[in-house]
Write a protein that binds this ligand. Sequence first.
Ligand SMILES: Cc1cc2nc3c(=O)[nH]c(=O)nc-3n(C[C@H](O)[C@H](O)[C@H](O)COP(=O)(O)OP(=O)(O)OC[C@H]3O[C@@H](n4cnc5c(N)ncnc54)[C@H](O)[C@@H]3O)c2cc1C
Ligand SMILES: C[S@@+](CC[C@H](N)C(=O)[O-])C[C@H]1O[C@@H](n2cnc3c(N)ncnc32)[C@H](O)[C@@H]1O
Length: 736
Amino acid sequence: MSSSKPSKPNSKATALPIQHADIEWKNNVPYSKYFDDVYYSTTNGYQESEYNFQQQSSLKSRWQNHASQQTFTIIETGFGSGLNFFATWKNWRNTEKKPKHLYFISTELYPLKLQHIQHAINDWPELTPFLNEFMDQYPPPTQGFHQRQFSADNLTLLLLFGDATERLTEMTHPADTWFLDGFNPKKNPDLWSSALFQQINRLSKADTNLATYTSSIEVQRKLAAINFDVEKRPGYGKKREMLVATRNLKQPPNSNPNTSNANSTNTTSNTSNTNTNTNTNNARPDHTLSQNSPVKGASIPTAQADKKPWFNIQSPVKSTEKSAVIIGAGIAGMCCAASLAQRGWNVTVLEKNNDCAKEGSGNPWGALYTRFNTYPSPVNQFFQSSFNFSVGYMNALHKQAPLENFWNPCGLLQCAFSDKEEEQLRALAKSGFWPKSLLSYKTPTQASAIAGVKIDRPGLWIPSSGLVSPRGLCQFILKQHPNIQLRCNQHVATLTPIKKKQQDYWQLLDSDSKLISESQIVIIANAHAAHELNPTRYLPVSQIRGQLSYFSCTETSKQLKTIVSYEGYILPSDRLTNNGHSHLLGATFHPKDNHLKLRKKDHQQNLLQLSRVSEDLAEQLGKNNASESLAGRVGFRCQSPDYLPMVGPIPVLDQFIADYAGLRVGKLKKDYPPGTYYPGLYCNVAHGSKGLISAPISAEIITSYIENSPQPLPEKLLHSVHPARFIIRKLKRREY
Ligand SMILES: Cc1cc2nc3c(=O)[nH]c(=O)nc-3n(C[C@H](O)[C@H](O)[C@H](O)COP(=O)(O)OP(=O)(O)OC[C@H]3O[C@@H](n4cnc5c(N)ncnc54)[C@H](O)[C@@H]3O)c2cc1C
Ligand SMILES: C[S@@+](CC[C@H](N)C(=O)[O-])C[C@H]1O[C@@H](n2cnc3c(N)ncnc32)[C@H](O)[C@@H]1O
């Protein structure tokens, strides 16, 4: 019955992968061998979920009472089979009077395998339509935030894989309602630790409520200590009692759940994580929390806010009209437009060219690609999260419109183009850090079988990757959303702040100072032209030239079935790329090079790069194509100095320099004020070589800033792409 203990996941550099749950079926109910407990009642899990969580938290009446809110947020501990999620989704769909958008945020340390979720939920046919929509959106078992959209229902699921307390420290958005469902506290005391209740305290509002199936005295005590009024109610089935609780902020906030009752003995474990559980099944996994969980009162908004006040925007502009203007109709601008339109905004996109996606996003096709590794630097974490997000995003969009030609999940082989690279890729696959479903190591013979052509080098097979047509995606977004208006041949030259009915607005003017548009909310998504506009003039963006080559195919090369990447990439020739007659080979990378025309030597370089992983293919394509007459495309990437995009509100440079002058003289811990930002102004630029993966998630980040809704990424990653980061770095280096 007991199973071997998985190693401890933690978020440090030596982090190990998330393990799937180890379960058995008892009376057709999943039973956890790690925790010696069932996931839900053996009487009827769905009825139990309805009773404990939906009814006892008064969810439907709370939705009605909060109908004027833009968003409603439920946070759950323990996603498990998703039963609570599916039940909530069904109720949400069937409730008329409710807030505009529901966020269901759920933590999970040991995700169930998808087939187990299917097995469990298929017991209730009324939930299968929801299960079917969810299935191809279930994320791979990797630590971190995984956001998934169910747009038709205005519902967002944010799965936080990893330990609940640890993940919640990375959240900034408070819950309207909590579902606490993490197994019996006696069997899983690590989850129900004081540190978790500190996070519940930090992430609760004045009227937040909570439901939990447990009636544990210890849980009652911890809830009371963080100012929740606790009430016992009859339990479901064989269970005598359960708890509901409502925030009561009449008492002064008490940040420490252990200090409310000096006489009570704390029988659960705490953050020191000594294994004090009473569970006799010693197979239960040990998951040490990192010790950096903040211990803060409810008034402290975020885990990092007090350390980095400059990233805090004090009062985001609320657009009374729910309309926004976006400058630039590349993939960054169009994904932002889609994200806002989806939430009921009217969006105007201003583009200087005569159509969308004519510049950086004008390539016919590109690859969804990032390098996976084990070192959790912000760059790695941001792009790896973006990759997973984009795969889910493309699959979901494509499901809505299967005949549209912007996505082909054909997989990608990342081939080792040098011996050193080969060693790194082999070590990465061996580390087990990434699940096999995401990437696996292949010998040249295996790689050749997958690719359909001869591959000389080993590499990683990433089956979820695929081809994206940025232009096709932009056109599809326009077609899909009638509330997006694209206005072409509109070159925005100036942004002028004005007051209208005491509200902040921006006027967008052309080079003759003629008014093009005005709006409370403006998003600058014009890539390296950001430095032409006053508020973003100082952003350190640079242009990097890239040349693509279109090589006519041969009979053999036509067999190529997947993307093959190395220092560059070759895309399969089937009818997706360039009408099926040629392969797209990319791409050169030349900073400080403004040459607009195709260059023969760049075509040769693209072919040379291919020859390092498939000599045969390169030779055939070379023979079939004279580089003098090759077609191709020149484009320019917009790059930041740290390779990450710039996504977020736009700081007022002079005010930043004045407010944070202390940083120039090493005063890092001074009591600094929050940052000063241009009201209603955001930027979304510098997507470098990876815009196809970074644009969709960046659009969600911008929307969350604008709507003040839960962010799709942990706070530290938001800071890593925050436009203010360069000012702060320069101040610390005394460059301002
Ligand atoms: C050769 C090459 C190959 C690439 N391959 C890949 C790949 O395989 N995978 C991948 O993920 N990424 C790839 N990229 C990168 C990716 O294409 C970019 O990151 C992405 O297209 C950037 O999108 P964007 O919307 O930020 O910029 P853009 O597409 O350049 O859009 C900016 C828009 O703003 C408009 N504009 C500018 N100023 C104004 C103004 N003042 N008023 C109105 N409009 C304005 C421009 O006309 C333009 O349409 C590649 C890039 C190149 C160049
Ligand atoms: C009772 S089950 C949840 C049932 C679930 N709500 C459902 O609808 O199926 C408890 C879940 O909590 C998860 N869990 C246990 N300890 C955890 C921790 N420290 N952090 C996050 N999740 C945890 C378990 O893996 C399990 O999936």
